[in-house]
Design a protein around this ligand. Sequence first.
Ligand code: HEM
Length: 498
Amino acid sequence: MDWSWIALSLIALAYVVRALLNISKNKHKRLPPGPRGIPILGNLHMLGELPHQDLLRLAKKYGPIMYMRFALVPTIVVSSPQAAEQFLKTNDLVFAGRPPHEGSRIVSYDRKGISFTDYGPYWRNMRKLCTLGLLSNLRISSFQPLRREELDLLIKSLKEAALARTAVDLSAKISSLSADMSCRMIFGKKYMDKDIDERGFKAVIQEGMQLAGAPNIGDYIPFVAPLDLQGLARRMKAISKVFDAFFEKIIDDHIHEPKEEGQPKDLIDVMLGYMGSKENEFQIERSNIKALVLDMLAGSMDTSATAIEWALAELLKNPRIMKKVQEELEKVVGMERKVEESDLESLEYLDMVVKETLRLHPVAPLLIPHESLEDCTVNGFHIPQKSRVMVNTYAIGRDPNVWTDAEKFLPERFIGSSIDLRGRDFQLIPFGSGRRGCPGMQLGLTVVRLVLAQLVHCFDWELPNGMMPSELDMTEEFGLTVPRAKHILAVPTYRLPN
Ligand code: HEM
């Protein structure tokens, strides 16, 4: 007799009975409205290749607080600024949990990072460590010279392409730049693509993000997780092996070649300083360092690059706006020198372009899923404990009650408006808000603004082969982040005197 099958069947039965009991218990309470589901899958079959867009369409019918059932998991989809405020501010603590996530269990050393870990003292402690090691204002400015150096290298290579009048793959260039900047801040040096795997560094991170964002049946029907019906766990395990070997090597390098006095410390140095120390609430071990480093890499590389790419795509599509950004740069910076980080504060129109980009193209359109830690009532609706909460910032950025001509890219809409994107104004929350909001916002915004300003200040950009701006393909590719499906190709012309 195969005991594993018997055990699995018993677990399955227990889960189903518990879920059915929960569903019938909730039946008498006033749940938010939502579409009818089908047996077993509930509403899971309603998610296509771009779930944020499917959820926006459904919310138009069922409202800004919508109840769905993804197999056994009650799911609440939040699609308006007022509703988001209820979940992320008024009841922030109740919704500060993260649902179980098979992918992060595999890749993130059993959820030892920050993004997918349970709300509680461990999470708080790790957030504090990453702020001290990487994300405080002091640390961010200490990395300013290396951002400058990396950006100069990119400008140099683009100048060569400009001389040769060749089209460059801007998406690939930006992704490399972002990876190099992140590596230097986190590991203290750049690694070549081949140092991680023959597929290359960015490809491995991007695959990880895609797998992390892909709806996994095992997250919704936990007892089938061991069967790995979609093969996601198998691919995650393969990726996790690659990361692990890479991080082990980096930690060894840091231990064997410690930094000399006065040399700037990277995140690994800072974390190693805590290893074995009694100062912390938790023992910091190698697995904690590796999980944190992975979170920081995933958090910094893909997000900033995706935002810069979307901004450039919108500028290429809207030459009038591109010109206006260049005029502002000419006025504030002039044509005799390059943009410095200290100029960013004075670039108001650029700031509006970044806001407008993140309104229409939020990098993580469904944030990272939240989970209710207890039963709660929101707007008179019962939200059961352990519901998965998805805040659809893509829908919020297009809410016609808040935004006129919502589908249009119009940075001018922010003139004279006090709407900010840091989590205070719920019309625009590309970094989330509240306890679980993005801790890397300041770093992310600095990189996005700086790179965008530099690329547009130094070069005029033209689409290749006579392509019209209106022909630029704006298709998205879904994952935890939503980058462009197609790379941007463009021909640069250098516009500064030297
Ligand atoms: C343009 C750049 C960025 C964008 C748009 C962005 C966006 C986001 C969003 C939407 C969330 C989820 C918030 C929620 O679930 O409520 C998040 C969380 C997070 N981000 Fe960022 N992010 C960016 C840059 C960064 C950077 C540079 C880092 C670190 C190096 C970072 C690290 C994290 C971490 C660790 C979390 C999880 C927080 C938690 O669960 O407590 N992000 N980010």
